[in-house]
Design a protein around this ligand. Structure first.
Ligand code: PLP
Length: 409
């Protein structure tokens, strides 16, 4: 296999869910295309060459994800794709049916879905956020109950938005089952597949959803480019208005080089998915089993079946470490070269309280130490050994700091 670029040679990078290094094929496609002049909307030769590159990329992404090329809408990333799906669907559905003000989603969605849903609530939407089971997985029945509750209220759901895989605890959600029920009732279904695309086998056609958000930098492509897969008859209004690019759904000059890098990354991720998934499951399980065996009272957040990626992403290790602060543990791990995360969203670099842990009934991340190691293409068995050694030395130090109320123990 090609040599994977290491984020920083002296560091152990275990934060691939935040962003993963570009794969060589994506880097090559990006840099080659970056040297070309031409706006893909221009009619001259340079413009037509840029357009050909965009359309070739669109076709390759569609082929890799079992979608039709016209279903590929380029956005600036996962956040914009989610916003377009949520806000755009609600606008279009309520225009044709003013009573359909219902929105169903989950309490463990990424902020890229939760925040636009909150915007809709402030504009008069009836929102139902379904909580997961203690396993971190939603029950289909609970989602159906929320849909039926909205029907009883006289505000039927316009949209169900359910993430494919959770970014903090890595749990896989029953998207297809929910989509089949919801679509049979005429409800538009969106899934945020930002963390799932790459590690999980994805067929847009078979998923039964109308809309699916993807982000290139989570699967080996460049930052600043994403895709909303949208069925051809999607009930969707644009959020960004302008020159009418991308079926009129997302205006703005297309970033040709980023699109070329995105296509190469998607293809590469799909080509290597099965072997990579097996490799990462082995590393993931070794890290989880090693952490549990440290005798430090560590437990796993969310469902975990050893040897399987059915309930948890192959590269996600989410550990709950009682009696220490997440931030001091991360700081100590970083000081010994291990780059990890809590997994919860930061706002301008300030870690926020984890709504996912809240949804699972756990105390705030500040009171219960959590650490998320996420493995990816550059991860090795040596990284797992280094992470376990670091946990063994850093957890007692983080606990000592917690006991005296400081960080610098
Ligand atoms: N959705 C999920 C589940 C994510 O994990 C992220 C990023 O962390 C996003 C959406 C946002 O994607 P992007 O960084 O491309 O805006």
């Amino acid at each position: 296999m090609e040599e994977m670029p290491q984020p920083q040679p002296s560091r152990v990078y275990l934060d691939h869910a935040a962003t993963t290094p570009m794969v060589p094929a994506a880097l090559a496609a990006l840099t080659e295309a970056a040297g070309l002049a031409g706006n893909a909307s221009s009619l001259h030769g340079s413009g037509r060459r840029a357009r050909a590159l965009v359309e070739d990329s669109r076709e390759r992404i569609a082929a890799a994800l079992d979608a039709h090329p016209t279903e590929v809408v380029f956005t600036s990333g996962g956040t914009e794709a989610d916003n377009l799906a949520v806000l755009g669907t609600y606008a279009a559905r309520t225009r044709s049916d003013p009573l359909a003000r219902g929105v169903v989603s989950s309490t463990i969605e990424h902020h890229a879905v939760l925040e636009p849903v909150e915007v809709l609530e402030r504009r008069g939407a009836e929102v139902r956020l379904v909580a997961p089971e203690p396993s971190g997985i939603l029950s289909v029945e609970a989602v159906v109950e929320a849909i039926e509750d909205l029907e009883r209220m006289g505000t039927p759901a316009a949209l169900v938005s359910l993430m494919w895989a959770n970014n903090e605890i890595g749990t896989i959600q029953p998207v297809r089952e929910v989509a089949e029920v919801a679509r049979a009732r005429g409800i538009v279904v969106h899934t945020d597949a930002v963390q799932a695309a790459g590690p999980c086998p994805i067929s847009f056609t078979e998923s039964s959803v109308d809309l699916m958000a993807l982000s290139a930098h989570k699967l080996g492509g460049p930052m600043g480019i994403g895709v909303l897969l949208a069925v051809r008859d999607a009930t969707l209004e644009p959020v960004v208005h302008g020159g009418g690019h991308e079926r009129g759904l997302r205006s703005g000059t297309l970033p040709v080089a980023a699109i070329a890098g995105c296509a190469a990354a998607v293809e590469d991720a799909v080509r290597h998915r099965a072997e990579e998934s097996n490799r990462l499951i082995t590393l993931r399980d070794r890290l989880i089993e090693g952490a549990l065996a440290l005798d430090l009272g560590i437990t796993v957040g969310g469902s975990w079946t050893p040897g399987s990626a059915a309930d948890r992403l192959p590269g996600n290790v989410h550990l709950i470490v009682p009696r220490c602060e997440a931030d001091s543990l991360l700081f100590l791990l970083d000081s010994v070269g291990i780059e990890a995360s809590t997994g919860s969203a930061c706002q301008a670099g300030v870690p926020g309280r984890s709504h996912v842990l809240d949804a699972l009934g756990m105390a705030a991340a500040g009171q219960v130490g959590v650490v998320r190691f996420t493995l990816g293409r550059s991860s090795t068995a040596a990284d797992v050994v280094a992470a376990l050694a670091a946990l063994a030395s850093c957890v007692p130090r983080a606990r000592a700091a917690y006991a005296v109320g400081g960080v610098g123990a």
